[in-house]
Design a protein around this ligand. Structure first.
Ligand SMILES: *Cc1c(COP(=O)(O)O)cnc(C)c1O
Length: 381
């Protein structure tokens, strides 16, 4: 129950262990096409350029910038946590300029500040932001931010590594130009794949570049010889065949459950966790309206060594929760309720384990209240 990887269902693990076939086998190509269709469903898009990059979420991030930017471009980068800082790094390594809009960690990206930045700068190529900031648990208004980008004639680049499958992501409805996600957060697949999708407008930009993409491996103009629609697919790199079996299965599971049902399940289990955590006397660092249900940043009681608690949870309950990152290191725990991990059993286990470990350490909490509070929520909801 950390910030990812989440638990992987036995069904997905079983898919992973199927016999390997060639990466150009007609059956494999057929499955690749199905994965594209399933990703279009998950992203809610008809974008032709939709595929899983053969590398983790960070490579999805890099795929955005190396393909869309050229040296000298200007990009507005929003930072309200760890991952916006990585976007800045990517922009600068492409020889482009990052104009920063920075917000307090734990708060969403401030759309008014983004608007002011778009108005006071000209020739902005793209607006880049993190939809679901895993380092804090804050959700930003992706729809409003993408609308601002469109109004100002620039591309929107969205990190929804933690968002996809857990909260609403509407690529076509919100007018997102470029988006990346990860396999191991709310999709509950094994780590190592990064679903991406580009609007036709963004695909044009990639197609009409004057400079070659600096990364050979991530150059979508080359990757599409393998992942594109042509009847004859050519080798670019050896696809991670078994990992793609697993992604196919996890996306099928998402489709069987239904997108909206999955978002509701995440919300539901989050609400139960909130009831328990608050009954214990602890609180959340993100205001209720911006909280991600899949990533819960919880305050640490006074005079408690947070690392000792995590160690004890792991030793006594085989339970992993996350530490704070960056400026929140030592100040919060990050409890993940992502994908297959978002269930009643996990919520109750986490609350009873935390209650027990903290009580034994003599921490200032209301002992023995958390589980009952969550159970009351479940019985009423
Ligand atoms: C996890 C994460 C990433 C990076 O994904 P990796 O698979 O670890 O490379 C990027 N952005 C956000 C918001 C994330 O949560």
């Amino acid at each position: 129950m950390g910030p990812g990887p989440s638990d992987v269902s036995p069904r997905v693990l079983q898919a992973l262990s199927r016999p390997i076939i060639g990466h150009l086998d007609p059956e494999f190509i057929r499955m690749m096409d199905e994965i594209k269709g399933l990703l279009q469903y998950a992203f809610q898009t008809e974008n032709e350029l939709t595929l899983p990059v053969s590398a983790p979420g960070s490579a999805g991030m890099e795929t955005m910038f190396v393909n869309l930017l050229q040296p000298g471009d200007k990009v507005i980068v929003c930072q309200n946590g760890v991952f916006g800082g990585r976007m800045k790094e990517n922009v600068e390594r492409c020889g482009a300029e990052a104009i920063m809009v920075e917000n307090t960690w734990g708060r969403p990206v401030d759309t008014d500040e983004v608007k002011r930045s778009l108005e006071s700068n000209s020739d902005i190529k793209a607006l880049a932001f993190v939809h679901a900031e895993t380092s804090t648990g804050a959700r930003s208004d992706a729809k409003a931010l993408c609308e601002l980008a469109t109004e100002h004639g620039c591309l929107s680049i969205v990190d929804s590594v933690t968002g996809l499958g857990g909260i609403e992501v509407d690529v076509d409805g919100w007018g997102i130009d470029a988006i990346y996600s990860g396999s191991q957060k709310c999709l509950s697949c094994v780590p190592g794949l990064s679903p991406v999708s580009f609007s036709d407008r963004a695909a044009e930009v990639i197609h009409n570049r004057s400079h070659k993409v600096q990364s050979w491996f991530l150059d979508l103009n080359l990757v599409m010889a393998y992942w594109g629609t042509a009847t004859k697919r050519t080798y670019h790199h050896t696809a991670p065949v078994n990992a793609l079996y697993a992604l196919h299965e996890s996306l099928l599971m998402l489709q069987e459950e239904g997108l909206e049902q999955s978002w509701q399940r995440h919300e539901h289990n989050h609400n139960a966790l909130v009831a328990g955590i608050e009954a214990m006397g602890l609180s959340f660092i993100v205001d209720q309206e911006y909280r991600l249900p899949q990533l819960n940043s919880v305050t640490i009681p006074e005079n408690v060594n947070e690392a000792t608690v995590r160690k004890q949870l792991l030793a006594d309950y085989n339970l992993e929760i996350g530490a704070g990152l960056g400026s929140l290191a030592g100040k919060v725990w990050r409890i993940g309720l992502m994908g297959f991990s978002s269930n009643q059993k996990n919520v109750l286990l986490c609350l009873s384990a935390l209650d027990d470990v903290l009580s034994r350490m003599g921490a200032a909490i209301n002992s023995g209240k958390a589980v009952a509070a969550a159970q009351r929520y479940y019985s009423k909801a």
